[in-house]
Design a protein around this ligand. Structure first.
Ligand SMILES: NC(=O)c1ccc[n+]([C@@H]2O[C@H](COP(=O)([O-])OP(=O)(O)OC[C@H]3O[C@@H](n4cnc5c(N)ncnc54)[C@H](O)[C@@H]3O)[C@@H](O)[C@H]2O)c1
Ligand SMILES: [Zn+2]
Length: 349
């Protein structure tokens, strides 16, 4: 369920889902302080409610946290028909899905995403996971939530920087798969700039619809769904090489999208389309590129989870709303374009 009033609209059916069941609610103290209240009316039909707390942000996504939660759930009398609700950003959602997928071999769960990124991306598709020392998201499962309730109400307290990072993922979805969504973004980009809630409330359900369409077509992630990795080959490498310090995920993807557009020029992307995409991205400013050497960036591109299996894969937007998966880009072309990209950006800043 997505859009204005989704929380209220979900209430009756949600009550049925929880009636007679024990419910675990999972959140960080920070998010619960802001939006814990919206769970109240949703869960009052459950016969017992147990609140579980995790550290805020990426620190939630560890096996240690998962194990502690499983112990707490077992001690609190959790059974096969207990339910779990994650309230928070993508971190709480990924951890909650992971915990639910393995507790007693799997219990039903719901997502109430409170960041834009979690609403349009992380909560859709059933991917769950935690981080290892060796890298992010290296352990996980596929476990679809029974419910995703994406209501724009909690987004009101989201810092502008987080809103913009989320909007960049919406641009990604549009550029890769849906020209209509791209045009809608262009039309409302004036009003989106400061993170105004009105137009966002309209775009979120649309972006979710597009992502669901892609995911449903390709549940195993063998084909079409990989288009959603647009901007992520360089994006993930930048985040990791920078030690997750200066860029939010969506911001790193913003740089990744710009670079994918430049690479796409090599494969015949039209100059005007290139300019048009850059113009939309410019509406959502991101911090400067971290000062990294090209060798470091290339090394991290090679380390990516997907690159480990089959070498670097690039998703190149060849038109608005139509991207292509390319795994045969010669390494020297990538290096040359990266050098140009970093040189041009450092000149600008
Ligand atoms: N499963 C997937 O398919 C998928 C896809 C994309 C990203 N992810 C994961 O999502 C995570 C990132 O998610 P995120 O960007 O939501 O980060 P996050 O969960 O860390 O949230 C970011 C910050 O926003 C705060 N916050 C949350 N809701 C708020 C609100 N309504 N008002 C004010 N502050 C609020 C949180 O306290 C946190 O500090 C990463 O771990 C990434 O791996 C998963
Ligand atoms: Zn992403």
């Amino acid at each position: 369920l997505a859009g204005q009033g989704a929380l209220a609209a979900a209430r009756a059916e949600f009550a049925e889902w929880l009636r007679g069941h024990r419910v675990f609610t999972l959140s960080s103290a920070e998010v619960r302080a802001l939006h814990g209240g919206c769970l109240g009316p949703l869960v009052d039909s459950a016969f017992d409610r147990v609140d579980l707390e995790v550290p805020d942000g990426e620190a939630a996504k560890s096996l240690r946290q998962a194990e502690r939660l499983w112990e707490e759930m077992a001690s609190a009398g959790g059974t096969r028909d207990s339910r779990l609700i994650s309230l928070g950003g993508g971190t709480v959602g990924d951890l909650g899905g992971f915990v639910a997928s393995a507790f007693l071999r799997g219990i039903e769960y719901a997502q109430v995403p409170t960041t834009l990124l979690a609403q349009v991306d992380a909560s859709i598709g059933g991917k769950t996971g935690v981080d290892l020392e060796a890298g992010k998201n290296l352990v996980g499962t596929l476990h679809h939530p029974r419910w995703v309730i994406a209501d724009p109400m909690p987004l009101k307290t989201l810092p502008v920087r987080q809103v913009r990072a989320g909007l960049i993922e919406v641009v990604k979805i549009a550029l890769a798969c849906d020209c209509g969504l791209f045009e809608a973004l262009e039309r409302s980009s004036d009003r989106l700039d400061g993170g105004a809630p009105g137009p966002i409330a309209e775009l979120v359900p649309r972006a979710i619809e597009v992502k669901i369409g892609v995911v449903e077509e390709d549940v195993e992630e063998r084909g079409h769904r990989r288009l959603l990795n647009l901007g992520h080959t360089l994006g993930h490498a930048l985040e990791a090489a920078d030690g997750y310090r200066t860029l939010l995920h969506g911001e790193a993807v913003g740089w990744g999208l710009r670079f994918a557009l430049q690479l796409a020029l090599v494969r015949g992307l039209d100059d005007d389309v290139h300019r048009r995409a850059l113009a939309l991205l410019a509406r959502f400013p991101v911090p400067p590129l971290p000062p990294l050497s090209i060798d470091t960036v290339l090394e991290f591109i090679g380390r990516d989870k997907k690159a480990r299996e089959e070498g670097p894969v690039w998703v190149l937007p060849l038109e608005i709303g139509a991207a292509e998966i390319v795994s045969d880009l010669p390494a020297d072309v990538v290096r040359h374009e990266l050098e140009r990209f970093f040189a041009a950006e450092s000149e600008k800043s």
